[in-house]
Design a protein around this ligand. Structure first.
Ligand code: FMN
Length: 316
């Protein structure tokens, strides 16, 4: 096992093996190697030659995405993990006390008064298939804020669109191709709505550690905006807000997925100026109340952050 300058205590070594064992052999060696290299760097910066279990966990956390949080929480405190993560699936009391949180990402404060120019056109895309679920309610609240600030707003539920997968024909890259995409479906109208919009709101739930498939499919179809020789038919100037929601009750576990969506928008010259992370939507009724409405509705203080962000988006 030894190919590191730092000496691992037997417990630290056991922890390293425990962590590595979660991965199949085909990736285990590579990941273990990266953890050891990170361990060396950490030990050097702490001016120590010994590693304990805590340092191993710290190094491992630095080489895998934040979505591994639940695993590390399990390793660090199994009882706490069970209480926080598993009890809400069996106990009504634990379910209703899940820490539901919304985090508004650092943002520039917009002007206080709406600008004296035509009302902004804001189109929101909700990628969650659950109407009145948490993503949908956060999107609605953001739109309400934008509307109150004078914007013209519209919401589109992605799962209601007839939207096919990108077929990879690359016709959109032909020099003489005049449409955006060869596929004749509801995206034809949506492409135009995006072109006509000043700002966009994109809300999505995390499914299996990444954005849900509705959003993936939607963003693949945006490739049609990118033309011959990488020229985009989306001019710079559009702004956006990205809202990501998930079950695990930790507010930054999937921020990297939100960052990824922000980067994809950036490729298309759309600048995300607002982002929200929202968590705590799992357990007995999987984030819904008895009436199948998102539990976020019971957290007005958290919802208010979506309203403020929507308002700010409209006032920029
Ligand atoms: C197929 C599926 C996979 C999911 N995977 C994850 C996951 O990997 N991590 C997580 O924290 N929550 C996961 N969830 C929970 C959802 O992210 C969470 O309930 C979400 O906020 C639901 O949003 P909605 O109320 O707008 O539908 C998953 C839910 C579904 C349906």
């Amino acid at each position: 096992m030894k190919n590191t300058a730092v000496a691992l205590s037997p417990e630290a070594n056991a922890m390293l093996e425990r962590i590595a064992s979660i991965w199949p052999p085909i990736i285990r060696q590579g990941r273990r190697g990266r953890i050891l290299r990170m361990l060396d760097l950490l030990a050097q910066s702490r001016k120590t030659k010994k590693a304990d279990t805590q340092l191993v966990i710290e190094a491992a956390r630095m080489v895998v995405p934040k979505s591994y949080d639940p695993l590390f929480h399990m390793f660090e405190d199994m009882e706490g993990f069970k209480k926080r993560m598993l009890e809400p699936f069996v106990s009504e009391e634990a379910y209703t006390s899940i820490p539901v949180r919304v985090r508004r990402w650092p943002h520039k404060t917009p002007r206080k008064k709406p600008p004296a120019c035509p009302a902004k056109r804001i189109v929101a895309f909700c990628a969650s298939p659950r109407a009145h679920g948490n993503t949908d309610l956060l999107v609605d609240e953001a739109l309400r804020g934008a509307h109150d600030a004078g914007a013209l707003t519209e919401k589109i539920m992605l799962h209601k669109l007839h939207m096919d997968f990108c077929i990879g024909c690359r016709k959109c890259k032909d020099p003489g191709f005049e449409k955006i995409c060869v596929i004749r479906d509801d995206m034809e109208a949506v492409y135009q709505k995006i072109l006509d919009a000043d700002s966009l709101i994109i809300g999505f739930p995390i499914y299996t550690g990444r954005e849900c498939a509705q959003l993936s499919t939607f963003l693949d179809r945006w490739d049609g905006y990118e033309r011959y020789m990488l020229k985009s038919c989306l001019e710079p100037g559009r702004t956006a807000m990205v809202i990501g929601t998930w079950g695990y009750p930790c507010i930054d576990t999937y921020d990297h997925v939100i960052e990824n969506i922000i980067s994809i928008l950036n490729l298309h010259k759309v600048e995300a100026v607002e982002a929200l992370s929202a968590c705590g939507f799992e357990g007995l009724r999987h984030g819904l109340d008895e009436k199948r409405k998102g539990v976020i509705a019971r957290h007005p203080k958290e919802l208010k952050k979506a309203y403020a962000a929507g308002r700010a988006l409209a006032l920029r």
